[in-house]
Design a protein around this ligand. Sequence first.
Ligand SMILES: NC(=O)c1ccc[n+]([C@@H]2O[C@H](COP(=O)([O-])OP(=O)(O)OC[C@H]3O[C@@H](n4cnc5c(N)ncnc54)[C@H](O)[C@@H]3O)[C@@H](O)[C@H]2O)c1
Length: 318
Amino acid sequence: MARQGKVTVVGAGFYGSTTAQRLAEYDILETVVLTDIIEGKPEGLALDLNQSRPIEGFETTVVGQATGTDGSGYEVIAGSDIVVITAGLPRKPGMSRMDLIETNAKIVRSVAENVAQHAPDSVVIVVSNPLDEMTALAQIATGFPKNRVMGQAGMLDTARFSNNVAEKLGVPVGSVETLTLGSHGDTMVPVPSRCTVDGKPLSDLLPADEIEELVTRTRNGGAEVVALLKTGSAYFAPSAAAARMARAVIEDSGAGLPVCAWVDGEYGISGVYLGVEAEIGRGGVRRVVETDLTESELAALKEAAEAVRAKQADVKDM
Ligand SMILES: NC(=O)c1ccc[n+]([C@@H]2O[C@H](COP(=O)([O-])OP(=O)(O)OC[C@H]3O[C@@H](n4cnc5c(N)ncnc54)[C@H](O)[C@@H]3O)[C@@H](O)[C@H]2O)c1
C-alpha cells in the first residue's frame, strides 16, 4: 500500500500525542511529525510510537522535534499537508475554556506564524481552547484562506451526545445519530431534532425533560471529564475527532462533519468561525452544509454566533 502525506501535530501533550498515535495507526500517511517546546518530549514519544509499529503493524514513521519560541526546529514541518495545533494549556476543575484565552492566544499566535512560514500550503486544524476563538486567531496569524483553517469541537460534542443517548437507552452507539452545532462553550447547540435511534426520532423514545437532561450533559461533557481527572482534560475522544478530520482532508473524502468553520451567509449568519456541518476535503472546508433546524435551534445558533463573534474580535489584538 502506498502511504502518502505528512501531518504535523504541534504540542505533544495528551491531546497531541494521542492524535499522533491515531494518525500513525491509520497507516495511510508517510510521516507524522510531533513537536513541542519541551526538549526531549516529542522525540521520546515519537521513538516510543515507532517502537509500537512491529506490534500494531503500521509503517508510518513518527518524527519528534523540539521547537523554540524563536522558531528553531520548525524546518521539520516543511511540506506538511496538515498541521494540527494542540499547543496550549488545558482546563483545571472549575475553569471555563474562556479562562485560557490570554495564555493560549500567545501560544497559538506564535505557532500559527511559524506554520505560515514553514508549511504555507497546509490545512490547519486547531484544537487549543477556547476553540472558536483560537481557530479565528490561527486564521488571522497564518493569513491562510478561511477554508484552509478549521477547528475541532463539533465532532467531539456530537460523539458525546451520541454516547449519552446510547448509554441512556442501552443501545449500540452505532444505532444513534446526533448533531451538535454552535460554539465549543456555553453556547453549544446540541440539535435534538436531528437525533435518531435506528432511524426513529429521539422524541418518539424519550420525554422532552429527559432529552433536555441529555442535552445539558452534552454541553457539560468536557467539564464532567475534567472534574473526574482533577488535572488535565479529555483526550481520547478529542484526538479521535481531530484525527478523523485530518483523515478526511488527506483522503479528500468530502465527508460531512461537524467542525468549526468560517460561516459566510449560511443560516443568515456571516463573518464568524462557528460550529456547523461542512464537507471536508483536500483544501480544507469545501462548503458549509445547512441542515434543517427548528425555530428555537436556529435562534440558539444565531445567539452562539453573536457570542463568539464578540470574543473573536478581541483575539485580533492578543
Ligand atoms: N477542541 C477540543 O475539543 C478540545 C478537547 C480537549 C482539549 N482541548 C485543548 O487542547 C489543548 C491541549 O490539551 P492537552 O490535554 O494536550 O494539554 P497538555 O498540557 O497535555 O499538552 C499541551 C502541550 O502543549 C505544549 N506547548 C505549549 N506551548 C507550546 C508551543 N508554543 N509550541 C509547541 N508546544 C507547546 C506543552 O509543552 C504541552 O506538552 C488545551 O488547550 C485543551 O484545552 C481541546
